[in-house]
Design a protein around this ligand. Structure first.
Ligand code: GLY
Ligand code: MN
Ligand code: MN
Length: 445
């Protein structure tokens, strides 16, 4: 599978329509969206460039060194600044686009060189009643925004106009990004498929004596060669008690005979992300204690999947998971007391310390409020999120428990789309049952 087999890319029309929507929500405001910075891993060595999600979502622009300005009720409504062709930069890092091409490619009304920004920006934001701009992401730009606010304050008494507020663009964009359009869902399906290919490849080489790093490399090799995709986040391969470290990334231990191996990995395809976790027994067979814990996590996972449908509050998923987990912890004699009492006290938290879900999209942890004014968000078709219950018996807190629980860490994570009448598990191509998980381990031995 290669990217050219897949035609889910957003057409310019998608971005034009989206800008119109943003404009209607801006009213008299102006939104400033800069490119993501170019990041360096040491002194002068650049990381591969990853575009800013808000800029891309709003305009399709993936260039570094750009700034998009969208105005609500004034023309020109879409002005783009680019850093433009620069021979010495292009020698090292490749072609850059200039103003003519950028204007045409992204459908800007006007396009200027970034060097013209100091002269043009004050006029472009003058008269806006609100500036939608993320504080502290771009010091240079922030100076102008603050200046505009200062000017408005000093002129306000005489002219009674001008920006009075700087607000986060997420106020508009987060809400729009929450429900995915059809082409976004296609990318997310693709990301889930590539993610599964990586998991299968990684599981197939898991075996006692193999380095966690080799599993990581195998998963990521499959990502790169499946669709030229990249990793959505640093791949987690935690064997033994390393699986208890929620965002473990060292991946530097050799897998032992009776270890569990927790693999949390995701591919990014077309800027959209997969995020899937499976936990494998290193030697292809869960011990009885590992299986007991696995079955609890799996039952909790399935109880959450059963809840996914339009109209259900997002909190119903975590509530379903924690109830099954508390029941399971009682069966294991880790917790004692009534289920409701234990839920009330959140007695599960030492063993299940994170939430069940996060939104998924251009960001792995995609933006969007989970509640407003104390009321949980209600699920709607087009929302995409993970379901990822887990149980972690960190040796430090498992001392008083049965010895065979210490160090066990299990997480099961899938990517889920809310549909008109329920849900589609985008990553369902990777099984979850005990028997099927055991089957996937070490196939390449
Ligand atoms: N892989 C990060 C997470 O599951 O949230
Ligand atoms: Mn996740
Ligand atoms: Mn994950």
């Amino acid at each position: 599978m290669t990217l050219s087999d897949f035609s889910g890319d957003a057409a310019p029309e998608v971005f034009r329509q989206r800008r119109e929507l943003i404009r209607s929500l801006l009213n008299g405001g102006v939104m400033l969206l800069p490119s993501a910075p170019t990041l360096y891993r040491s002194r002068d060595t650049q990381h591969r460039y990853r575009p800013d999600n808000e800029l891309y979502y709003s305009t399709g622009v993936t260039e570094p060194g750009a700034l998009a300005l969208i105005r609500g009720n004034k023309d020109p409504h879409f002005v783009l600044f680019v850093t433009g062709p620069n021979e010495s930069t292009e020698l090292w890092t490749g072609p850059m686009i200039g103003t003519e091409i950028a204007k045409d490619q992204f459908g800007a009304d006007e396009c200027y060189m970034m060097s013209e920004l100091p002269d043009l920006l004050p006029g472009l934001i003058e008269g806006a009643d609100c500036i939608h701009y993320r504080a502290r992401v771009n010091d240079g730009l922030e100076l102008y925004v603050k200046q505009a606010l200062e000017d408005a304050r000093s002129k306000g008494a005489r002219h009674g106009s001008g920006p009075r507020a700087m607000v986060d663009p997420g106020g508009i964009l987060d809400e729009l990004r929450l429900k995915k359009e059809d082409y976004e869902i296609e990318w997310l399906r693709m990301a889930a498929q590539v993610t599964i290919a990586g998991h299968r490849a990684g599981a197939a080489i898991i075996s006692p004596g193999v380095g966690e790093w080799t599993v990581e490399a195998t998963v990521e090799q499959a990502f790169r060669s499946s669709a030229g995709s990249t990793v959505a986040f640093p791949t987690i391969v935690g064997s033994g008690s390393n699986g208890c470290v929620l965002h473990y990334t060292a991946n530097d231990k050799i897998i032992d005979q009776d270890d569990l191996v927790l693999v949390d990995a995701g591919a990014e395809v077309g800027f959209y992300n997969g995020d899937v976790t499976r936990t494998y027994p290193a030697n292809g067979h869960f011990t009885p204690a590992q299986r007991d814990v696995y079955e609890i996590v799996l039952a909790s996972f399935e109880s959450a999947i059963d809840k996914v449908r339009p109209g259900e509050p997002v909190t119903a998923l975590h509530d379903a998971v924690t109830r099954v987990i508390v029941e399971g912890l009682r069966d294991l004699r880790v917790l004692r007391g009534s289920v409701d009492g234990l839920l009330e006290k959140k007695a599960y938290q030492p063993y299940y310390p994170h939430q069940t879900s996060h939104w998924l999209g251009l960001d792995v942890h995609d933006p969007g409020d989970y509640a407003s004014a104390g009321t949980a968000r209600v699920l709607e078709p087009g929302m995409v999120f993970t379901i990822e219950p887990g149980l972690y018996f960190r040796p430090a807190i498992a001392e008083s428990l049965a010895e065979n629980l210490s160090g066990i860490a299990i997480r099961i994570e899938d990517d889920v789309l809310v549909t008109e009448d329920g849900c589609e598990v985008l990553s369902c191509g990777l099984p979850t049952s005990v028997a099927e998980i055991e089957e996937l381990v070490g196939l390449s031995r």
